[in-house]
Ligand binder design. Structure first.
Ligand code: FES
Length: 355
């Protein structure tokens, strides 16, 4: 199991009034462990007012440049994002977990792809990394970005996107959509509704020609776009998405689903050490493991980030929500432990045996 490492902050750059871009100094001996693929994220850990907080932030840099940068947008009431925007400074040290995530497709310099992406607000972060990497490594690939924000001033990476458009000389086209500013062309005002996606497809996006589509933003937006693209005939395999917000605390909302067992005995293997504990009905394996002092990995606790992934070696579970694991993971008995409740009296999960 990969571990958190203390990394020094190399730079903190204010990109908009409420968003900072943080660059980490990754020492040479950690370069291998911190190697990443475009679209992956880092999990940051920090104790704030006596409470340990963990948050995942997507890398926005090109992995081939060996630069580790994330953008953190300040959210009203967000403790970590407020700390990052108001207090974090160059030279500070923060705990960082090596990169993870599956929001990418393979780079193939011999292919000419027509890629598109939809992003909202800080959902641009992994998309930036994806754009930079595909354009720099695939000389014949083109990219169209449909980017939603409230106002012009709130557009994260506005200047950098302009520069990329110029540098790549027609291979990148950015379309800005604003919700709180009017535009002469109504197409560019308002949210990404189903109707809006249809209008985009009719005018500035050739879905027949498109190779792959990336979507990153809040849950509702992501699924609206995905559903509409599928309705328009796009193969779901060509739609890749990342959520940065889930709307409900899922376990509390569902009550844990059917068939779950009360007081199941769970063994969790973490870093070669075995922890055995009981899991009460309605409690996730992750939560019970934490309560029993197992140093289990987690970040979002919402079924999105996959940091809490483990392999079921024995027994069965009910996974309430899964936004992150793919078919291969499921075939290999992987689960998100933050969303999994035992459905057998005995369960063994291994946090080390993952890929
Ligand atoms: S902690 Fe993010 S999916 Fe479980």
């Amino acid at each position: 199991m990969k571990k958190f490492h203390s990394l020094e902050i190399e730079d903190v750059f204010k990109d908009t009034d409420d968003c900072v871009v943080i660059t980490f100094k990754v020492p040479q001996d950690l370069h291998k462990e911190f190697e990443f693929i475009q679209g992956q994220y880092l999990t940051l850990k920090k104790e704030i007012n006596g409470e340990e907080l963990r948050r995942s932030y997507s890398l926005c840099s090109n992995p081939y440049n060996k630069v580790w940068k994330v953008a953190v947008k300040e959210l009203g009431g967000g403790r970590f994002s407020t700390f990052a925007n108001q207090d974090l400074k160059k030279g500070d040290v923060i705990e960082v977990h090596p990169p993870e995530g599956k929001f990418y497709i393979d780079i193939d310099p011999d292919r000419s792809k027509d890629l598109i992406a939809f992003a909202a607000g800080s959902g641009i972060t992994p998309i930036m990394s994806i754009i930079k990497t595909h354009l720099s490594k695939e000389p014949n690939t083109t990219f169209k970005l449909y980017y939603l924000n409230k106002t012009t001033d709130s557009i994260i990476f506005r200047e950098e996107l302009k520069t990329l458009e110029l540098d790549y000389d027609g291979r990148l086209k950015v379309y800005h959509f604003l919700t709180q500013e009017t535009n002469d062309n109504e197409l560019f005002s308002g949210r990404f509704s189903k109707e809006k996606i249809r209008s985009i497809a009719d005018s500035i996006c050739d879905l027949d020609q498109m190779s792959d589509c990336f979507i990153c933003g809040p849950e509702e937006m992501v699924f609206t776009i995905k559903d509409e693209l599928i309705e328009q005939g796009v193969d779901p395999k060509r739609i890749h998405f990342e959520l940065f917000e889930v709307s409900v605390p899922v376990l509390e909302e569902t009550g844990g689903g059917h068939d779950t067992v009360d007081n199941a005995v769970v063994t969790a293997i973490v870093d070669g050490e075995e922890f055995t504990f009981q899991v009460a009905a309605g409690t996730s394996i992750l939560e019970a493991a934490e309560n029993n002092d197992a140093d289990v990995p987690f970040a979002c606790k919402g079924g999105v980030c996959c940091t809490c992934k483990a392999k079921v070696l024995e027994g069965s579970v009910n996974m309430i929500v899964n936004y992150g694991l793919d078919d291969d993971d499921l075939e290999n008995n992987m689960i998100l432990t933050c969303q999994s409740l035992p459905t057998s009296q005995k369960v063994v999960v291994d946090y080390d045996d993952i890929y």
